[in-house]
Design a protein around this ligand. Structure first.
Ligand code: NAD
Length: 290
C-alpha cells in the first residue's frame, strides 16, 4: 500500500474548508495565520509559499512577514509581541531555521501558546508530554494520520522512530506512546540501527540522511513512514528511506515527495482553526503572554 499523503491531505483540507466557513460565520471574521520568514533560504520560501496557497484554498487569511536575514532578534520578538496582542491573529508560525545570530528558543518561547500553531512552545510540548494534546506539531500529527490510514488500532505494536528532534522524532514518540504503541527512539548515536528497525511494526524515518533505511532494515509487513526531505544535486527530492528496496518488503510506505509533506501543511491549517476556536471559546486557560 502506498500511503498517498497528497490524497489524504486533500480529504482533510475539504473538511477543514467547511470548518473554516463555519468559524468565519460564527465569529464574523476570517481565521488568520501569520508566518514569519527571515532571510532568503530557498527551501523555506517554497514551504511558506505552499502554506500560503493551502490557507488561501480553504479560506484562511494568510499573512507572510518577510524579514531580511540581517534583522536582529529584538525586532523579531517585537513583531511576535504585536501579533500576540492582536485579537484578529489566530496562528503564528516562525519558519525555521532562523539565522545563527537569532536564538531560536527565545523566539519560539515568545509566541503566545494559544497561537502557537507549530506546537513548539514549552507549554504546548509540555502538554503533549502530559498526554494532553492541544496544539501538536504538524509533521508528527500528519505522520500519525498516515499510520492510522494503514491501521486504526496500533495498540501494542512496536514503533521505531529514527530521529529525536522536538519538531518531529520526540513529539511523534509521545503521540505513538499515547496510542499505546511500544516506542523505541533511535538517533545518530544508536549502535546497530538495523537491529532495532528490523523488529519494528512501524518505522518512522526522520533523520535527514538520504536513503538511510533500506529494505534490509525492514521487517516484512511493516509500515514505513518517510519524513525526510533531502534535495539531490539535480534539485529533485528524496527521503530518508530507499524507496526501491523498501517498497517490496513493507506492507505500507509513504513516497517522497507527496507523503508526509502535504499532511504537515494540512495539519498546520487544522491547528490554525483549532487555535482560533479554542482561544475564542476560552477553552485553553492560559493567559495571553508577552
Ligand atoms: P534534525 O536535524 O533536527 O534531527 C535529525 C535527527 O536525526 C537527530 O535527532 C539525529 O540524532 C538523527 N540522526 C542523524 N543521523 C542519523 C543516523 N545516521 N542514524 C540515526 N539517526 C540519525 O532534523 P528534523 O527537523 O527532525 O528533520 C528530519 C528530516 O525530516 C529532515 O530531512 C527534514 O527536512 C525532514 N522534515 C520533513 C518535514 C515534512 O513535512 N515532511 C517536516 C520537518 C522535517
Amino acid at each position: 500500500m502506498i500511503l498517498d499523503g497528497k490524497h489524504h491531505a486533500q480529504l482533510l483540507l475539504a473538511t477543514l474548508k467547511d470548518e473554516c466557513a463555519s468559524l468565519t460565520k460564527r465569529f464574523e471574521r476570517t481565521p488568520s495565520l501569520h508566518v514569519i520568514l527571515v532571510g532568503q533560504i530557498s527551501s523555506s520560501q517554497i514551504y511558506v509559499g505552499m502554506k500560503e496557497k493551502r490557507a488561501h484554498d480553504i479560506g484562511i487569511k494568510s499573512v507572510v512577514h518577510r524579514l531580511p536575514d540581517t534583522v536582529d532578534e529584538k525586532a523579531v520578538l517585537a513583531l511576535i509581541s504585536t501579533l500576540n496582542h492582536n485579537q484578529d491573529v489566530d496562528g503564528i508560525l516562525v519558519q525555521l531555521p532562523l539565522p545563527a545570530h537569532i536564538d531560536t528558543n527565545n523566539v519560539i518561547e515568545s509566541i503566545c501558546p494559544q497561537k502557537d500553531v507549530d506546537g513548539l512552545t514549552s507549554i504546548n510540548l509540555g502538554r503533549l508530554v502530559r498526554g494532553d494534546e492541544y496544539l501538536i506539531p504538524c509533521t508528527p500529527r500528519g505522520c500519525l494520520h498516515l499510520i492510522h490510514a494503514w491501521k486504526q488500532d496500533i495498540s501494542g505494536l512496536h514503533a521505531v522512530v529514527v530521529g529525536r528532534s522536538a519538531l518531529v522524532g520526540k513529539s511523534l514518540a509521545l503521540l505513538l506512546t499515547g496510542r499505546d504503541a511500544t516506542v523505541t527512539l533511535c538517533h545518530s548515536k544508536t549502535i546497530n540501527l538495523s537491529a532495532f528497525t528490523r523488529q519494528a511494526d512501524i518505522i518512522i524515518a526522520a533523520c535527514g540522511v538520504p536513503g538511510l533505511i533500506t529494505g534490509n532494515h525492514i521487517k516484512p509487513g511493516a509500515c514505513v513512514i518517510d519524513v525526510g526531505i533531502n534535495r539531490r544535486p539535480d534539485g529533485t527530492l528524496t527521503g530518508d528511506v530507499d524507496f526501491n528496496t523498501a517498497h517490496p518488503i513493507a506492507d505500507a510506505i509513504t513516497p517522497v515527495p507527496f507523503g508526509v509533506g502535504p499532511m504537515t501543511v494540512a495539519y498546520l491549517m487544522a491547528n490554525t482553526l483549532r487555535a482560533m476556536q479554542q482561544r475564542l471559546n476560552g477553552t485553553m486557560p492560559i493567559p495571553l503572554l508577552h
